[in-house]
Structures are given as structure tokens and as C-alpha cells.
Design a protein around this ligand. Structure first.
Ligand code: APR
Length: 267
């Protein structure tokens, strides 16, 4: 065993003890938990924002070229997200929920994989919305992908057009939160309230660089709870963590959960 392995082992053992003695455990995930399902993250070495710039809401609203480019990216990446399956990390968190230890899952992810792994919809708080459907930016009317995709087959990219709401004429956009777009009020309120209740918050696969989401660990600490960070590289808030575990989300979480609740009822 190398010194690194020994340190990892010690930290995992400490985390298992914290998980077992926790009364209100909340987990907080970012894109890094889904890379093992084949969905790229944003700021890792192969991250999306290392290859292209985000399209902010203002540009989507004001610039037809940016709007069409936004949709082009979404249409390109959507099938991959639709087909993705939960990985060992999502499944470990679902087992922790089944065992009654995990109370709430807060996620910045838009891929729905925590729910697909078995955590009930009403215990997953999607802070940055969902890619599962499309919404009107004005009246929030919901549209399914199958309803909207034919628009693009009818309107070639060269025409630069984008779909509008058939009720109010507002622009349609996948129901995710872009930079410059207001956070969903109810989800944000619930996420901070759950983080405040947590005696233990485990953050996993997030660089903790994007606010207000990155304020979640601070909310737990302000109320006297402990924060543990699992990530494969340093994050913006390692100094605030009781324990920082550097490693793969899937490996670390399955190890921790096997030792916290046993692996007899793996799902
Ligand atoms: N195991 C552990 N950590 C991983 C793994 C893995 N298998 N894969 C990637 N990571 C790490 C990356 O190294 C990175 O530090 O996960 C982190 C993911 O960070 P980001 O890419 O910044 O993703 P996230 O924190 O979710 O981003 C926040 O930024 O652009 C927006 O709206 C988007 O919700 C997103 C927000």
C-alpha cells in the first residue's frame, strides 16, 4: 500500500463513520458524477467549457445566430443524455437513500440520472433545471422533445429560425438554467433549506465554482453541519471540508456505501 492509498483508506474510513452516525445526510452532485456514464463535465480536463464558450441567456434572446447555435449543441448532445445509464456513483447514492440514510439529493445536473438510479423525483432537487423537456421562456408551458424536434427538420440551419411557444409566442428552450438566467425559486429555496438541516453534506463531482449552487456547503457549515468533498481534482472549497477525498466518484461512493450499509441489496 502506498502512502496515497493509506491516506485514501483513512479518509474513507472516517467518512463511513460520519455516514453511519449522521442524522440528516444530504448529498450534492455536479457533472463529475455523470462522466462515468459517458456525459462530459464542464471544467474537467475534457470539459465542455474547455472546448466552447457557454451561450448566455441574453445572447440566446438577442442574437439569432447564438440562439440557433444553442439549439444545435443541444440537439447534438441530447441523444447521448437520453441513452445514458446511471453508474456506480448514482447507484451507491440510491442505495444510501433506500437504506434511509440519505434524505435529500441536490444536483446541478440536468441528466435525470439520480432519479433513473431510483431516488424518488420528490427527493431530488434539480438546481439547474432539467434537459428532459423544453419550456417556454415566457409562460413556462412545457413541450416534449418529440414535439419540438420536427421544427428543426422543417427549418434548415441556414434559415436560422428557432421554435416559439404556440400559446404566447415566447422562445422555447430546454428547461435548463443558462448563465444569466434566474435560478428556479422553489428549488433554490428547498436546496438551501435542506443544506441547512444537514448534519452531513457530501458533495461529489463538482468544481464548486458556480454560485449560487456553490453556496450550498457554506449553508451546511453555517448551521453546524460537516462537509465532505469527493472529487478527482481539487475544488474551489476544499479548505471548507472536514474531509476531502480525491478519487473517482463511482469507486469512492460504492466503497463508502458498501461499508456503511452493506452491499446485500445492491440495485
Ligand atoms: N469522479 C470524481 N470527480 C470527477 C469525475 C469522476 N469520475 N469526473 C469529473 N470529475 C470532476 C472534475 O474534475 C471537476 O472538478 O468533477 C468536477 C466537475 O466540475 P464542473 O465541470 O465544473 O461541473 P459542475 O461543478 O457540475 O458545474 C457547475 O457549471 O456550466 C455550469 O450549469 C453548469 O451545472 C453546471 C455548473
Amino acid at each position: 500500500m502506498t502512502a496515497f492509498d493509506r491516506q485514501l483508506e483513512t479518509r474513507i474510513t472516517e467518512l463511513v463513520a460520519l455516514v453511519r452516525s449522521s442524522r440528516y445526510l444530504v448529498a450534492f452532485s455536479g457533472a463529475g458524477i455523470s462522466t462515468e456514464s459517458g456525459i462530459p463535465d464542464f471544467r474537467g480536463p475534457q470539459g465542455i467549457w474547455t472546448k466552447m464558450r457557454p451561450i448566455e441567456l441574453q445572447d440566446f434572446l438577442q442574437d439569432p445566430t447564438a440562439r440557433r447555435e444553442y439549439w444545435r449543441r443541444k440537439i447534438e448532445s441530447y441523444p447521448q443524455m437520453l441513452d445514458a445509464e446511471p453508474n456506480a456513483g448514482h447507484r451507491a447514492l440510491a442505495r444510501l437513500f433506500e437504506a434511509g440514510l440519505l434524505k435529500t439529493m441536490i444536483t446541478q445536473n440536468i441528466d435525470g440520472l439520480h432519479q433513473k438510479a431510483g431516488i424518488p423525483e420528490d427527493r431530488v432537487i434539480e438546481l439547474h433545471g432539467s434537459n428532459a423537456y423544453i419550456a417556454c421562456l415566457e409562460c413556462r408551458k412545457r413541450f416534449e422533445w418529440e414535439e419540438v424536434l420536427p421544427f428543426f427538420a422543417r427549418h434548415p440551419a441556414s434559415a436560422g429560425e428557432c421554435p416559439r411557444c404556440d400559446d404566447c409566442g415566447g422562445w422555447l428552450k430546454p428547461a435548463t438554467i443558462s448563465f444569466g438566467q434566474a435560478m428556479p425559486e422553489e428549488e433554490t429555496r428547498r436546496a438551501f433549506s435542506e443544506a441547512g438541516k444537514a448534519d452531513l453534506l457530501i458533495t461529489v463531482g463538482t468544481s464548486l465554482l458556480v454560485y449560487p449552487a456553490a453556496g450550498i456547503p457554506g449553508e451546511t457549515r453555517r448551521h453546524g453541519g460537516k462537509v465532505v468533498i469527493i472529487n478527482n481534482q481539487p475544488t474551489g472549497l476544499d479548505h471548507e471540508a472536514q474531509i476531502f477525498i480525491q478519487g473517482s466518484a463511482g469507486e469512492v461512493l460504492s466503497n463508502v456505501v458498501d461499508r456503511s450499509v452493506g452491499n446485500s441489496h445492491r440495485i
